[in-house]
Design a protein around this ligand. Structure first.
Ligand code: MG
Length: 335
């Protein structure tokens, strides 16, 4: 007799409704450790919930997007960036009749491996750790090895693949992974324009004219026209991409942001200090492995001292890293 659970109904619904290019939850390649299926949720809904409830997700709140530990309440953090990626990705996935639950799970998990101080912290660890360091590979370590007291979240293959393959140069195995990868870029280029204007690093009129002509002048106009363009180029195809003309303008806009914001000396003025903090903490904890929490030490034998020290530093938020640096290296006032 066919199984009659709410989950089985969702699985049947996916099969009847979604695009032939969508990833069906009942066809998932599964988890490293098999578990009893949930009665209510598909495997991808369950992964989304596992990510949302994990500690690394809550730490995104205090991790830099572009502006280091911003005091202004309206600047993006990794958490709000992640939510914006998720919203854009779900809009595209739903319009293309892809698996929205898988899309959401990947989007919510895509930046879990980010270090304190954004790409500045990532660069320091990449230089110091043998074998290198990248936020996307670290994201996989977070969900596979570090979360859940060192047991990992035991996510499905498709969600893990989407997390590790979200940067531009990678090739995700699913359409939903491709949607998140492009949505990540749409989200950050747009919200970073908004934050850069807020910070006085950029004026709205500085955005190249051809980009404003194609995508519009406001945050909302730009996101809307970018999503519409992606759908025009991708609907009913096995790809997720801009039209050729929009891709050119998008690259121009992205390069403009690199030159004027991401490498802008005003936005980057604290970078040297941030690098110093990450370097000092890495060196200190490498010499004091016994101070690492047990979920990190569990992996000492398999992955080595340098990797687990990098894991510990990478998991810190901007605020925690600064607090730790002060506690360890700055003399406290006598009281
Ligand atoms: Mg991102």
């Amino acid at each position: 007799m066919a199984e009659d659970t709410i989950r089985a109904r969702w699985e049947a619904w996916e099969e009847q409704t979604l695009s032939p290019y969508a990833t069906l939850s009942k066809n998932s390649k599964g988890r490293a450790r098999e578990i009893t299926p949930c009665e209510i949720r598909t495997c991808f809904m369950r992964d989304r919930d596992r990510i949302l409830h994990c500690k690394a997700f809550r730490r995104l709140k205090h991790k830099t997007q572009v502006f280091l530990a911003p005091l202004g309440d309206h600047y993006r953090t990794r958490l709000t960036h992640t939510l914006e990626v998720s919203q854009i990705a779900r809009t595209i996935a739903r319009a293309m009749r892809l698996n929205e639950d898988l899309t959401e799970a990947i989007a919510l998990g895509h930046d879990l491996g980010h270090t304190p101080f954004g790409h500045t912290g990532e660069g320091v660890l990449d230089r110091l750790v043998p074998g290198g360091f990248s936020h996307n590979a670290e994201g996989l370590r977070v969900v596979d090895k570090l979360e859940n007291d060192g047991q990992g979240l035991n996510l499905t293959f498709e969600v893990r693949d989407g997390i590790v393959n979200h940067p531009k140069k990678c090739h995700p195995a699913t359409m939903e992974g491709k949607v998140v990868s492009l949505s990540d870029r749409i989200a950050y280029v747009n919200h970073d324009i908004d934050d850069a204007v807020r910070a006085g690093v950029l004026k709205a009129e500085d955005v190249p004219e051809s980009c404003r002509k194609r995508f519009g002048n406001t945050h909302s106009e730009r996101i809307n026209s970018m999503i519409l363009d992606v759908l025009r180029a991708s609907l009913d195809t096995p790809t997720v991409t801009f039209t050729e003309e929009a891709a050119k303008e998008f690259d121009l806009l992205r390069n403009f942001m690199y030159e004027n914001v991401y490498f802008n000396p005003i936005a980057k003025r604290e970078d040297e200090k941030a690098r110093g903090v990450v370097e000092a903490l890495y060196a200190y904890y490498l010499e004091h492995l016994e101070l690492l929490p047990k979920e990190f030490l569990l992996h000492l034998e398999e992955d080595g001292a340098q990797r687990i020290t990098a894991d510990y530093i990478a998991c810190m938020t901007d605020t925690y890293a600064i607090h730790e640096y002060q506690r360890l290296f700055v003399p406290a006032a006598w009281n």
